[in-house]
Design a protein around this ligand. Sequence first.
Ligand code: ADP
Ligand code: MG
Length: 229
Amino acid sequence: MTSSQSHPAIVVRELSQKVATLDGTLSILDGINLEIAQGQSVAIIGSSGAGKSTLLALLAGLDRASHGEIYLDGSALHQLDEEQRAALRGASVGFIFQSFMLVDSLTALENVMLPLELAGQANAPQQAKALLERVGLAERLDHFPNQLSGGEQQRVAIARAFASKPKILFADEPTGNLDHSNSDKVEELLFSLNRESGTTLVLVTHDLELAKRCQRQLRMHAGRLEEQQ
Ligand SMILES: Nc1ncnc2c1ncn2[C@@H]1O[C@H](COP(=O)(O)OP(=O)(O)O)[C@@H](O)[C@H]1O
Ligand SMILES: [Mg+2]
């Protein structure tokens, strides 16, 4: 299916996730329905264990749901195999984790170059450098993750996530490991990139101030999703 402005960025129908445990079947997500318009910013809040990370991973195609339908930018994610999901992720999706998830053996520049090289882009070093300058790390190109502060590492992760110009950016507690001033910088970046690039932004957070900056707030409770007014 080709993409156009005519469909929502994300459509979810009757999404459930059940996993087998020693005590029987555990229901993590229970009949989620959701539509997110292109370019919208959406916060998902809710207590620990509510299912927020599970939902985000399914929406990003990192995992497979046990039941239900997910359409990402018009593509039926639930009908794709592992390899096709990886291709769709590479083309349309960025993901930012609470724990940064940088490659420790690569410099900041090399971490951001990685997705560009995987996409076969010839000028990966120049593009990666420009992205790191955009997140305020022009002076840190050759630093390894363990030579960077948490806030700097998250800014590298943001530069990496934006390298493939994703239509949809998922962030799972992106400021959860950061102090106040670094949180502010990371938030500013996420929202300015959301505005400038029209990127759809879906983030999980415990920070109600951050949630309020999004156009929509959804609350997850025991595997169900509710719109906050
Ligand atoms: N693969 C799994 N096997 C068993 N339980 C899981 C699995 N993944 C998540 N859970 C459980 O599902 C619930 C929701 O987890 P999670 O999505 O990480 O919640 P949140 O991000 O809202 O804190 C938790 O109780 C968690 O322990
Ligand atoms: Mg979580």
